[in-house]
Design a protein around this ligand. Sequence first.
Ligand SMILES: Cc1ncc(COP(=O)(O)O)c(C=O)c1O
Length: 414
Amino acid sequence: MRDLFDKIRENRGPLGKHAKESHGYFTFPKLEGDISNRMIFRGKERLVWSLNNYLGLANHPEVRKADADAAAQYGFAQPMGARMMSGNSNFHEQLEAGLSELVKKEDTILCNFGYQAMVSAIDCLVDRHDVIVYDAESHACIIDGVRLHMGKRFVYPHNDIANLEKQLERATKLVEGTNGSILVLTEGVFGMSGNQGKLKEIVELKKKFTFRLFVDDAHGCGTMGPTGGGTGEAQGCQDGIDIYFGTFAKSFALIGGYISSTEDVVEYLRYNMRSQIFAKSLPLPLVVGLLKRLELMNKHPELRQQLWNVTNALQSGLREAGFNIGTTSSPVTPVYLNGSIPEATNLILDLRENYNIFCSMVVYPVIPKGQIILRLIPTAVHTLDDVKYTVDAFSAIRNKLVSGQYQSEKIAAF
Ligand SMILES: Cc1ncc(COP(=O)(O)O)c(C=O)c1O
């Protein structure tokens, strides 16, 4: 037997073991100043491509004013308690109604955090007689929700609809024996690759199988579809999504999440979802600030148009410069490169310190050894000049990477 703290001291975890070298620079960096395309990192202005402020609402003057006014008027304590007990308000209900309209569902429940909402909703919806079928590349909140599930779960390779069909055949046989149900889980826009889930094809499978579809559209809400209603709207199959999840941490540039569905399902969630029954509701200034964001989203489709102008310019610019950006069909823009972790480290240092570009990097153990992903998130506040500068800088750093320059360079102290 050994002391728990000794174990923790010896095994820092896959990311934590690099904390000493990376903390404050590669991990836990501090971006300062107003949220925009240019922010301060370590005292210098950088061009930032790593925030999910898709529509540029974070620093919109009307949003800043609404947030400040609501904070002054109501304070952050209101309302106290969980929604069910004492934490409800007209504003909460008004926001739920507005979100239902945005995503074209009957009703909506607000949730305190996106991640926690997904975990808790999965836990609430299924029991040990039911089977979950889910996409292998789903976000951690889906994976962790599935981990809580007491019944069977079947995974299908990312977007492999033929395999999903096989898993549905297996699941159908099982639930016939248990008198259970089947829940299919996927993302609308996959946050790493930018791929859209094949929602239309999944919905088509309802003709052959009996299941309900739950979609995490964290990256799709506000960015996809003619009205920003999400990936189902973009693919013309929003009706086929039975339960829709969105977060306020991206297009809405705030915190929290929501789940939309039929009236009876949302009522069931209100009365059974443990993360909401046993936790304080969203503070009023956040809810009032969210109402303002929703109003602006609806009133200003040009924000989404500008996001897509920047997205299209960035993605076509990178492709024309010979970069592999995979199969993204959303604003999320991954740039796939090959190199070791030390090379990736040098490359990011060069990019940040000499080109003043700040973007996120993904390496092993999140992806296989030898691969590097630089992940760019375009927003409505980026400009076409930002795009041109970035494509040129990326071409320069790729040349250095390919010619082995990052192998020999010493990692600069930071
Ligand atoms: C696909 C996806 N789902 C859920 C979440 C969690 O949302 P939140 O940040 O609101 O907890 C995220 C956020 O990173 C996400 O990318």
